[in-house]
Design a binder for this molecule. Structure first.
Ligand SMILES: [Zn+2]
Length: 639
């Protein structure tokens, strides 16, 4: 009690924003108070100073001790990693409802912080699940130069759990908050990291120190930060919703906050419905009523031209919003507008989180039921006996059907620039309201019929690693097993001309499915698809999946030629083959007639025969993962 009073005195007397040293002292004092009298330590706001009705709008009314660096600096600055960690520790010490955890280490060895927020102190995945409440994962700073989510989240957690001005938001939810995800990039601070962005004065960098963009890494899980997030947060807590806070680039307009999510074919029905009904029909209008101008993510069909219409399509599973639905969960991309001042952007993010948590607080079961229904849908597909009912969408685009959208732009004109040698938009501050088309009707561009399950030879360790990371359930063979299975033969493929994420991705444009008799060994993997993560397995293992293992070069060695024939060895064999096989001879002549380059290449002409000879590699161009035609019997599987 005495400690609490002393602390209150310290807070009331604090004349100016605390420097780091004072914040650290405060953390210790608060921790001591929490230890001495945890109930009283909840609200160290000075007596006689009523908590503001809307904390984020009245930073001046927040006790100086509890102000974030952004609030204390009038939103000129944001805290660095060390100060953020101190603030997190202070939060955790100032309330019983918050626990600071580490879920791993970054490439440079920094702790990856996770704040778990729960009124019932359900600080483990098991305890959280036992409450039956929705678990919401709020992720900030995956692009750490786009950091308003951190300042909004820290203020919101303080308002919920310390100042108690918004504590009801926690009545029906458990929050997992990543204050900064890309922590190393967050410390590559500078004023010149984002040329389009209006503050804070210094900000972090887009990629990790080894140049990986974490928001391209969800399905391929190569960066240590993403591997920690997926294996130690996502697939342990199984959050019901992922919120991914960013700052956009792109055109100028008046909308201060835009959002994205995957929808339509490829997204589980119940997840699609929750995003449309709960988020877009209730949260977005609520956000507008709070004074914002929300809009779907404003990616125009043509450059920065709004009149070309908004393309509200889907993201591939390398992105947060593409990944979570494959795990039967909705994900919401939040993009504040980079040209708005930092304060405006922090408040937009804060208010969006408030509106979202109000919705979840009012209808918590809508979210948990949607996730349960999505899981049931995916599991049922895995048990479907009719192959025609096992279709999975791997890629999609928007059709040319459009809806009207009330766009809040600014008047702009195109001026011809002698420097650029072409037109450059010049934006004014004059409002321009117009109706533009929004394209949000999704049509599949690539679907596959998922098999009963996949069989993965154990030596392809990269497959097992990814399945483990994503929580995909599989079983090992305890005994040998042989069966006819489907394998995919790659007929046409190319390496992308430009590197991407340190890869030269492989685009496979044509495959043939072949039936082969295959023998499997004890230790090989059986991946059944009657499980919640089935779509992850399909997107990893299908040859043409847009972000699959084949795309990210995991199977390149299967596409390389290993043995070959010298011309003086092959030519006599080719002559014998031609004499013995009239069908082959016809095929050869047809090829010579149809393909001039082939006809003029002695190497390719002889290779034609080598690949059809007994010496050809039977595994050449075959994806090593097989599509099972039936499940292996229980007797050959390890328990
Ligand atoms: Zn971003």
């Amino acid at each position: 009690m005495i400690v609490t009073l002393l602390l209150a005195g310290l807070l009331a007397a604090a004349p100016s924003p605390p420097d780091s040293a004072r914040a650290a002292r405060g953390a210790r004092a608060t921790a001591a108070a929490a230890h001495a009298d945890s109930a009283r330590a909840h609200a160290p706001a000075p007596a006689g100073r009523a908590a503001p009705a809307d904390s984020a709008r009245a930073a001046g009314a927040i006790p100086p001790f509890w102000q974030t660096r952004a609030e204390r600096s009038g939103y000129r600055l944001t805290s660095d990693y060390d100060e953020t960690m101190r603030y997190c520790r202070t939060l955790a010490a100032g309330t019983e409802w918050i626990k600071l955890q580490s879920y791993g280490s970054s490439g440079q060895g920094r702790d990856l912080p996770l704040l778990v927020v729960s009124k019932e102190r359900a600080f483990t995945p098991e305890a959280a699940r036992a409450t039956g409440k929705p678990i919401i994962l709020i992720q900030n700073g995956i692009h750490s130069g786009e950091i308003e989510g951190k300042d909004a989240s820290l203020a919101l957690l303080r308002d919920i759990a310390v100042l108690h001005t918004r504590e009801s938001l926690l009545d029906h939810a458990i929050l997992l908050v990543l204050p900064i995800f890309s922590v190393d990039a967050h410390e590559r601070r500078g004023p010149y990291n984002r040329i389009n962005q209006n503050g804070p004065e210094e900000m972090g960098w887009r990629t990790t120190p080894v140049g990986l963009n974490l928001n391209r890494d969800y399905l391929k899980v190569e960066a240590p930060e993403m591997r920690a997030l997926i294996s130690r947060v996502f697939t342990r807590w199984w959050p019901h919703l992922l919120v991914d806070d960013h700052t956009t680039d792109g055109a100028d307009y008046r909308h201060d906050v835009t959002y994205g999510f995957n929808h339509g074919p490829g997204t589980p029905t119940a997840v699609d419905r929750w995003l449309s009904v709960a988020f877009e029909s209730r949260v977005v209008p609520r956000l507008a009523a709070m004074g914002h101008l929300p809009a779907p993510y404003l990616e125009f069909r043509t450059g920065s031209d709004p009149l070309s219409g908004v393309d509200f399509g889907n993201s591939r599973p390398r992105y947060s919003t593409g990944y979570a639905p494959l795990q039967c969960r909705p994900a919401i991309l939040v993009e504040t507008h980079m040209l708005k001042p930092y304060e405006t952007r922090v408040r937009a993010t804060y208010d969006l989180l408030v509106a979202l948590l109000e919705e979840i607080n009012a209808h918590p079961r809508d979210l948990t039921d949607a996730v349960a229904a999505a899981e049931a849908e995916v599991i049922a597909r895995g048990r479907e006996r009719d192959p025609a009912r096992r279709e999975v969408v791997l890629a999609s685009k928007t059709s040319d059907k459009s809806l009207p959208f009330a766009y809040k732009g600014v008047v702009a004109k195109l001026e011809t620039s002698d420097i650029a040698g072409g037109p450059v938009p010049r934006y004014s501050t004059t409002p321009w309201d117009t109706i533009i088309p929004i394209y949000r009707d999704i049509v599949p561009t690539l679907t596959v019929r998922q098999p009963v399950g996949y069989v993965v030879p154990q030596e392809w360790t990269v497959c097992r690693d990814r399945l483990d990371m994503h929580g995909v359930r599989y079983r090992r063979f305890a005994r040998g097993w042989a069966d006819t299975v489907e394998v995919e033969r790659v007929l046409e493929w190319s390496w992308d001309a430009r590197p991407d994420q340190g890869h030269r991705p492989v685009t496979i444009t044509r495959v043939a499915t072949e039936r082969r008799w295959r023998s499997y060994r004890p230790g090989d993997l059986w991946v059944p698809l009657d499980q919640r993560s089935a779509m992850i397995a399909v997107h990893l293992l299908e040859a043409q999946a847009p972000d699959g293992l084949a795309y990210w070069n995991a199977f390149d060695s299967a596409l390389e030629l290993k043995e070959y024939a010298e011309d003086y060895v092959m030519e006599p064999i080719a002559r014998t083959m031609l004499a013995a096989d009239s069908t082959l001879a016809r095929e050869f002549r047809a090829r010579l007639a149809a393909d001039t380059a082939f006809a003029h290449s002695p190497a390719r002409r002889l290779d034609f025969f080598y690949r059809r000879s007994r010496w050809a590699d039977p595994e050449q161009n075959l994806i090593p993962v097989a599509r099972a035609l039936r499940a292996p019997p229980e007797t050959v599987l390890a328990p």
